[in-house]
Design a protein around this ligand. Sequence first.
Ligand code: MET
Ligand SMILES: [Zn+2]
Length: 764
Amino acid sequence: MVSSSVLGFPRIGPKREIKFAVESYWGNKSSAEDLQKVAAEIRKQSWTNVKSKGVDYIPSGEFSLYDHVLDHSAAFNVIPSRYQNLGLSALDVYFAMGRGRQADGVDVPASEMKKWFDSNYHFVVPEFSGTTDFKLVYNKALNEYKEAKEAGINTRPVVLGPISFLVLGKPSRSAQAGFQPISLLPKLLPLYEQLLKELKEAGAEWVQVDEPILVLDKAADLAAEFKQAYTKLAAVAPKILLATYFGRLESNVKFVAELPIAALHIDLDREPGQLEEVANAIKDTKIVLSLGLVSGRNIWKNDFNRSIDLGRKAIDILGEDRVIVATSSSLLHTPVTLASETKLTDEQKDWFSFALEKASEVATIAAVLSNSQDAEVGKALEANIQSIKKRRDFEKNSDDTVRKRVAAITPDDLNRKSPFPARAAAQKALGLPKFPTTTIGSFPQTKEIRQARLKLGKKELTQEEYDEFIKKEIQEVVKFQEDVGLDLLVHGEPERNDMVQYFGELLNGFCFTQHGWVQSYGSRYVRPPIVVSDVSRSAPMTVKWSSYAQSITKQPMKGMLTGPVTILNWSFPRVDVSREVQSKQLALALRDEVVDLEAADIKAIQVDEPAIREGLPLRRKDWDAYLTWAVDSFRLATAGVQDKTQTHSHFCYSDFNDIFPSIQRLDADVISIEASKSDMKLLSAFQEFGYKNYIGPGVYDIHSPRVPSEPEIKDRIKDMLTLISPDYLFVNPDCGLKTRQWKETKESLKNVVEAARWARKEWP
Ligand code: MET
Ligand SMILES: [Zn+2]
């Protein structure tokens, strides 16, 4: 019989209970016990719900109050010294590592966060050194396994595997040069043995051990480590399901097939093509294959017929008893349930499956593959076939104009009229001084702004009243910038709820949920728009506010747009059309906006692409294809203007070295990047690759409320000038100011302007 499984469930709770409970605890409005009580309720509810859908393997232990990687660090005592001996409870140390702590004389910054593979989820990066003192402080997987058992639910505990845990970490500041976290494996393994042994003793039959790094190129060098680890662990652990997701195993399958594991999970949603190779590689072993058929990364209903075909292929090779139907990854990246949505049309609702609906899907597909004669299963299959057919019919009614326009894109559409030097000469008309100062776009999104937006939504404010309010905000932001002495101004983006959602709501082709929250990091959740059909623009989206802002100042005003790749990467994309096509549709819509802004006399236009890098494929051999269409999309969006119009782009990351040629190929007149963490290595790459356009490496970090001093900024500029010509340097913060307060914003920008004035004297 084919069984079914879910790899992990969202933590937030159907009504965002966890977010609110955690934030209330942070705000001293509730106790640790209150928080743990809410958490236990949510866990129980999730287990019960998943079980009620007929799923055989129910996950436990993957729940988290902040981040599952941080949970491992805390449980194994991987706690950097700056968080120790502060007199904090274990829970507060945990949160201090996640988000920093500034209270009662304690002042520690947060640990670094990184994107979880190619998702928009961020994990807290563990820090290791030769002196890392591993201890199994508590056994979270065991505790939650027992908790579920007491509630009458037998679960399959989930643990992040030792190799991924180490490889995802980084050397701590105190580590010796050249130290590699993976060298700690022999020291770490005994603790994993203990953890897994305790699970077995408590009665767990299976354990899911996640090793997502197996889909990365670098895992190929770790065959020996995998062998060492899993030989040890398998000897004491419950039966191990080794879980991989988000990509292909490729040649790693060779050594994985030799590990003493009981089951292997692969992602067939992202990489259906790997089924045969993997199934054949494990054919002569006893390893069970868990087929990740139901997407853990997207919200579209599974196409049962397609999954059944893949399932049958696996059964042909391995037999029914060696096949499990599963979600492709944890459902962490999907919202909890479609049942909460009251505003989607019935037609739209019929297209989607959120986490709970996906649990039903794996159960039904497994039942069909087991030749179940159950009438309910037959009905569910029939209903799915109908839903998929309706969606396909809808897709056929596409917007032909948009598709034709994408098909008609020519290489010329991607090129500015002249090369950069000629454009730079024409842009002298902007009248910017040397070392022009500017900001990245948003100014503080105050409580008042959020309230006004809410009131507009509830119709407590009329559109006219709201527009008046926004005008006032813009006036204040413009006036402040003039007073403080910034050169290239922005309108401050007060009208935007979010840099992606704002555009999604104005473009055709998107739909929105009310409760479709997905964890981004900690207690921060986003509600990604869903691309449902061809994307187009019916009317200008930003011209009104940008022109208004320009009308009240003599200084140049920078128009502000979110780029095509970022809009796409921070939305749930369609699955019937390639991401490339969706990105180009977005680019064409934005191109029209850019041209309209120019026609409205906006002389500088910024198109933000902070998400270009996170969309980079996990395997290097897939990079070129992605970067080609990603960069082309940006060029398509921006190349429609005259030489005299200055295009800007912004990226809030600094990992440039490996994608440098693509950054160059964007051919933006000005780019601003995150380099505030004094990462001069980054700037040397700009020198090395001979980057010639304008560049504004952030002179301070806006993610912290700290005000950078004037001497500090001057030092930064001085450092930058060792690598970048004074003729090409812009002076700006490293990202938008929306999360900051006005107080520190004012003080910081004043220092920025002073430092730029000083530079003009030093390098006349
Ligand atoms: C995450 S990048 C943000 C760019 C945007 N223009 C802002 O200033 O907020
Ligand atoms: Zn940014």
